[in-house]
Design a protein around this ligand. Structure first.
Ligand SMILES: Cc1cc2nc3c(=O)[nH]c(=O)nc-3n(C[C@H](O)[C@H](O)[C@H](O)COP(=O)(O)OP(=O)(O)OC[C@H]3O[C@@H](n4cnc5c(N)ncnc54)[C@H](O)[C@@H]3O)c2cc1C
Length: 304
């Protein structure tokens, strides 16, 4: 029982046979989950459609073990996994419904009216849903960019996200990439007792300067203007040759060189995209999102 005023959904609701949903949300990342709490707590039937097999979005898929320190209410930080797990549990407790491994394809206007508004039809890879409102919280549908030379090894030790390992026990970890994801991965591995080499193609890292400083403080090596040109598996290790001739043997390789995103869906929906495939937002939305994502989501749903 909540101590503040929320309109709870009726647990007896037959969600499998609703004529229409009040709200369909695309994406079960932090944005979609926050929006779903807002709508379900206003007594609105809410369906979240997620392309991946589990909720959480980027914190779950890209940095499950990273301690996030800028989420309000968690002064000691919270890992990406725990944030995802807690928010998902909160949403299911609020009777938000989920469909996983289902991808948005199209959204159509219809001539059917409910509560004085025309319904929309959301078409996914598995079905169709009528609803009053759609919230797009797609963020990035992230398919990591592969590095052909390491990918060809078909090794389980080549990762395209930060692996969920507690301790590397002095193992050598090769990290490829110079953006924030790669640098964050380097800090995490160093904090888990790894020896780390970061291989950056550019002349200098593009990620945050303070993370670069942290890597150096923790004893990591940053090699700029270098690429992995050859790689082989040998005695349980990955032996990589760099463009400057250096040969490095590592137990693990983590490649973080960006993402491919599902541009086509958005192009079909005529949604303006940024270069990286993420949804382009107006300056106002951007300011709101930067100030507080849940607040932006409340605003997006406030006219329901
Ligand atoms: C390495 C790294 C570290 C970060 N660290 C921090 C940090 O410390 N603090 C912080 O505040 N932010 C951090 N961020 C940024 C933060 O992760 C994002 O701002 C946040 O995840 C955005 O949430 P979202 O819900 O909008 O999108 P996402 O997290 O991208 O979630 C979108 C969801 O929608 C799904 N989806 C996409 N397209 C479709 C479709 N067509 N059909 C169905 N489902 C779809 C995706 O599969 C995904 O689950 C970090 C990001 C990265 C990459």
């Amino acid at each position: 029982m909540a101590d503040f005023k929320v309109t709870q959904l009726d647990p007896q609701t037959d969600f499998d046979n609703l004529k229409y949903w009040d709200v369909v949300i695309i994406g079960a990342g932090p944005g979609g989950l926050a929006a779903s709490l807002t709508t379900a707590h206003r007594g609105l039937t809410t369906l979240v459609i997620e392309a991946k097999s589990e909720p959480g979005g980027q914190p779950q898929f890209l940095y499950a073990d990273k301690k996030i320190v800028d989420i309000p209410g968690f002064p000691d930080g919270i890992t990406g996994h725990e944030l995802s797990e807690r928010t998902f549990r909160q949403a299911t407790d609020a009777l938000v419904q989920f469909r996983f491994e289902e991808e948005l394809v199209e959204i159509h206007d219809t001539q059917e009216a409910e509560k004085e508004e025309l319904l929309k039809k959301v078409v996914t890879s598995k079905g169709e849903y009528l609803c009053r409102k759609v919230i797009l919280a797609c963020g990035l549908l992230h398919y990591p960019r592969k590095l052909a030379v390491l990918d060809a090894l078909e090794s389980r030790k080549v990762y395209y996200k930060v692996p969920r390992v507690n301790d590397y026990h002095g193992e050598h970890v090769l990290i490829v990439g110079g953006g924030d994801s790669a640098l964050d991965a380097a800090v995490m591995a160093l904090q888990r007792n790894a020896k780390v080499d970061v291989i950056i193609r550019e002349e200098s890292p593009v990620g945050k300067a303070d993370t670069v400083g942290r890597i150096q403080e923790l004893g990591g090596t940053i090699r700029t203007a270098a690429e992995v040109t050859e790689a082989k598996s040998q005695d349980g290790q990955i032996v990589s040759t760099l463009s400057d001739g250096t040969v490095l043997a590592s137990e693990v390789a983590i490649v973080q060189i960006g993402f491919l995103s599902a541009k086509e869906t958005f192009e079909r929906l005529a949604i303006r995209l940024n270069e990286d495939g993420s949804i382009a937002s107006t300056p106002t939305l951007k300011r709101l999102a930067e100030a507080s994502l849940p607040l932006a989501m409340c605003m997006a749903t406030s006219n329901l």
